[in-house]
Design a protein around this ligand. Sequence first.
Ligand code: ASP
Ligand code: MG
Length: 804
Amino acid sequence: MKVLKFGGKSLADKESIQAVVQIIQDKIKNGEKITVVLSARGKTTDELEEILQKASKNEPYKEQLEAFKKYQKEGFSNVSFDEEFEVLDKLFEGVSLLGDHSKRIKDQVLSQGEVISAKLLTHVLKEKNIKANFTDSRDLIITDAQFGDAQPLDKLSKENVVSHFQEYDAATVHIVTGFIASNTKNETTTLGRNGSNYTAALLANYLDADELQNFTHVNGIYTADPELVPSAKKIAKLSFIEANELAYFGANVLHAKTIIPLIEKNIPLRILNTFDHEGEGTLITSKASEKGIKSLSVLENVALINLEGRGLLGKVGVDARIFRVLAHKNISVSIISQGSSERGIGFVVEADRAKDAKQVLEQEFESDFYTRDVSGITIEENVSVISIIGQDLSTFHKPYNALIKNQVVPLLFNNTVTGKNVSLVVRKNQLHKALNVIHGEIFEISKKINIAIFGHGLVGGTLIDQILKSAEGIENRKKIELNIFAVANSRKVLFDTNGINASWKSDLETLGVSYKIEDVIRFADEHHLENLIVVDNTASEAFTKNYIQLVEHGFDLVSSNKVANTLSFEFYKQLRAKLQENQKQYLYETNVGAGLPLIDTIKLLHLSGENITRIKGVFSGSLSYLFNTFSVEERPFSEVLQEAIDQGFTEPDPREDLCGNDVGRKLLILARELDLSNEFDDVKIHNLIPEGLRDGSAKEFLERLEELNSTYQKAKTEQEPNHVLRYIGDLWGDLSQEKGSLDVKLVSVPQSSALGQVKGSDSIFEIYTESYGDQPIVIQGAGAGAAVTARGVFGDILRLTEKG
Ligand code: ASP
Ligand code: MG
């Protein structure tokens, strides 16, 4: 036989009751033998308690009582509860006259909730021709006289139950009131709040049931509350001991005493959903799961109290005094943390008791305040407790580091010595984020990376498309979920917590809103987004002004934008200091040589102590093309330049390339990688534009390209044989000093040299180091173009996800 228990939420209204009836009908159709235990409907017990309170304080209660009656009858006009209502009327009237009530009376009041509920369901089932039998558990379960929290007398109760069930044939379905019982004097008692679970467990035990099925409004026990943690997973199977740990920390379907009758007879307990009962739910048995179960639970409505004082060091009996006065006030303490230096002690109490706690402690420690042994007692109100069940300290660094990286700093934490359990107190406004971060870490389910992308020109747009295209594969292979929660240009931003999709471009136009950077920060904050990255694909100096603020708000940075690295050295250092302070990263591999792994290589060499003595190369793809072509073809310079312009190899105004500033910036970025403190002004740049053509409009310049011919024809012909022209960046000098020499210049090199052999629009970098001597490390390849640059940016994003 199976015992089915339905909780208040499963019986709250007519539709819910239909669902319950359906479940019972299906079971009967399947030939299953069942017994049903019910709670009171919806919030009935709370309501009755409230009305009772009012009555005993002589406050008006009748209106609420009428509403209560109406609720119970609603939709079931053909069932009569006259008897139960009359009992309630009389009880409340008496209490109101007396201005007081005993626990005994309270149990009589509350018991009506379960009676009404069982009576109702019996009636509905009978209408469907099911052989249902209303069973008042007060005739069966006999307890001691501890009203409100009565203990069953097992032997008596069992005899009653067994003989009651023997009286009826096997087809009868008993609809049993949960929660309520009676003492040996035949007075109504109750088994404590949520006690119907206990009733069901007792029946299962007495009747040697095959399974207890507890129907709730959730699909089972989860690794965390799915409403707070969308990636929470249902736990298919766990042991009673594990379940007990969970139950202790707030999963209210289970109570330790409920579990005992089941363990005793080895009866499995299944948690199911009344409203979605096709699932298997969660099965709880005596067998421990192999890997151990982990789950997160939360305690809310708590406050953290901190008692501080230097004078407490070495004093005997301080803790005893604290707990004595708290116990005296009936204030329970859930989490305690105390340093070995005894400088202070922090502990968690229920929020609505915090003020009381502070008050009694202040009284108790009054003289210690006077002697300054105690310096303060403070309450931190908006806190929550997260317990990681199944977590021991050996791997605790993982969730802990992830929290810190996400700027969640726990106020306090402690662990249990036996059993595995670590609890953290966090600020309430960080609860959501903290839970998701910890959950992602301990379950190694996909770690969600939340990305905001600024700039969606060629590089930015390509990057977004690359990410959207590869996201699924990356999630499968690396367990990393790339979620672009914002895309912005200089005017508008498009937000989507669940990530933008392929239609982002038109969505940005239609749904985008104008913004300031604070709005993006606030959005991430309000939606509790974790693992934040900002990608800067603009070329804007204005945007780089946001970097520090972003870092301070927990964003890592990736940029193809070079500007931030070429502003003053002062800013360069300041940004790095901020990054360090906030444990954030800034990656910009594409600043030099696009996707080529140049910066990372230089960083590594430098970090490992390798002395880099010189870096030389063709840094610009457009100028590479220009001189590679001009050097080997018998054509005027202007013609080759025009071709480069036409093919989109240069900026729309080619002077931006020809002036050499871009190469200069790249060179400066590399110098700074080597800890040189050069400024942009230190870079000696050979400007390829003749003086007279530097000002004026782009159009004008484009019309006068031929004026460049004589200069470059001359340079070409004056070379030694088998030489070619290259426009290079050169970092040289004694690089162990504070500053190096930075030159950007047009040079003539042997065609057979590494520089001389560069083709097309390739970039080339020669890195000379002490160990490698005359043989430089050479990195060569496509050093420009939207696709390779976007790939490089993508690479930086992935690098960040790995570091976390
Ligand atoms: N109706 C009682 C309560 O609300 C018992 C139960 O629901 O299990 O506590
Ligand atoms: Mg690069």
